[in-house]
Write a protein that binds this ligand. Structure first.
Ligand SMILES: [Zn+2]
Ligand SMILES: [Zn+2]
Length: 380
């Protein structure tokens, strides 16, 4: 992975000053209320949305208030909205893949000012627990996720005109990067972090099982990491075509006969160095294990099913590494740069742009799942 930022473990809000990507105006005191009410898309029951008027949230001392310009609809929102995951307990304003403009800042915020163009990580971490101190902020003991409500917390997200976000997870945007593209920072971060979990070396081979939105970003992250053989597998031919356009060297239907032996043929007869399972079900996990060479690494990204049948003996006897990945750990500034430079191309992944008014209809269409849509952006 190309290292765009070499400032190690310095906390993000300091780092942004060091890299100086955006000129920060000195902090000014102002009334922290841009208006009395805003429109928000609220989940009020299982798969039931209402466009509501809510008070514009007031930023806490360490938060910024962002005027949302674009927010991607994530698969986890679609599955969460019907109540099955237990992670979107109503009432909740979802949305964790957003970009926008700072409207106002809390009193202790020093790195941002009104008008700054920004995006943010989806995970809110404390910065001071065991894992945060180890530099693994995505494993924070008290982590919260934007736009998620579960038994432990409720934190409203960005399917709204405004959202409050802690300064420490905010990242500035370079000039010329559109809000639409910047809204992909979070899913790009998920893909880049997944690839970072595998220790990829230039010339390595990898298979990507599942060429949906995240899988297509994993393909591009693998290409940037120097993989010379990237094999994409999916059930949908259009997605395989797109995978090839975006950097996969080979693409095949996961259901085709002899799929495993063909993977081995393309990888010196041994199997791939790395595999990425980006679905979260028994069959694709099997494929991700079968396509690996001895000593290879399988990164588990998808988690559609809570449990799968696992090929234990293959993993043990071939001494495979099986690695989980969750969210993003400090890769956000690098991902903004990857998108801005075009090294990760997100434009072909945009299926539609929606207003807040039409967003509930889009949720219904996406839940029906009968079209190969990838990313719908809600633009309040
Ligand atoms: Zn997401
Ligand atoms: Zn923490």
């Amino acid at each position: 992975m190309e290292i765009m930022w070499s400032v190690g473990s310095i906390p993000m809000h300091f780092r942004q000053n060091i890299v100086g990507q955006v000129k920060h105006l000195p902090h000014r005191c102002r009334t922290p209320t841009p208006g009395p009410a805003m429109k928000a898309l609220e989940l009020v029951g299982p798969s039931l949305f209402e466009l509501v008027d809510k008070d514009v949230p007031q930023p806490a001392a360490n938060e910024v208030l962002i005027r949302v310009k674009a927010c991607g609809i994530c698969g986890s929102d679609i599955h969460g909205a019907n109540g099955s995951s237990g992670r979107r307990i109503p009432p909740i304003v979802m949305g964790h893949e957003a970009a926008g403009e700072i409207a106002t800042v809390g009193e202790s915020v020093s790195s941002y000012a009104e008008g700054d163009r920004v995006t943010f990580d989806s995970m809110v971490y404390c910065g001071d627990c065991h894992y945060c101190n180890l530099g693994r902020t995505n494993l924070c003991e008290t982590r919260q996720v934007m736009g998620v409500s579960c038994d432990e917390f409720r934190r409203h997200g960005a399917y709204a005109e405004y959202v409050c976000v802690p300064e420490r997870i905010v990242c500035p945007l370079p000039e010329g990067l559109s809000f639409d593209h910047a809204a992909f920072t979070e899913p790009v971060g998920v893909a880049v972090h997944a690839v970072n979990r595998a220790n990829v070396s230039p010339g390595d081979s990898a298979i990507v099982v599942g060429a949906g939105l995240i899988g297509l970003l994993v393909v591009q992250a693998l290409k940037n990491a120097g993989c010379s053989t990237i094999i994409a597998l999916d059930l949908v031919p259009q997605r395989l075509d797109l995978a090839t356009k975006l950097g996969a060297t080979h693409a095949m239907l996961a259901t085709q006969e002899n799929v495993v032996s063909e993977i081995h043929e393309l990888t010196d007869g041994r199997g791939a160095n790395h595999s990425f399972e980006v679905v979260g079900a028994t069959k694709p996990v099997e494929l991700a294990i079968d396509g690996l060479r001895r000593g290879g690494t399988c990164v588990l990204v998808g988690n559609l099913a809570a449990e799968v049948t696992f090929p234990l003996q293959k993993v043990v006897t071939r001494e495979l590494n099986v690695v989980g990945t969750c969210g993003i750990n400090d890769e956000v500034p690098e991902c903004v740069e990857l998108i801005a430079s075009g090294k990760i191309n997100v434009e072909p992944l945009i299926s539609a742009r929606s207003s807040l008014d039409e967003a509930a209809d889009w949720f219904a269409k996406l839940e029906a799942g009968d079209q190969p849509w990838l990313k719908v952006l809600v633009c309040p």
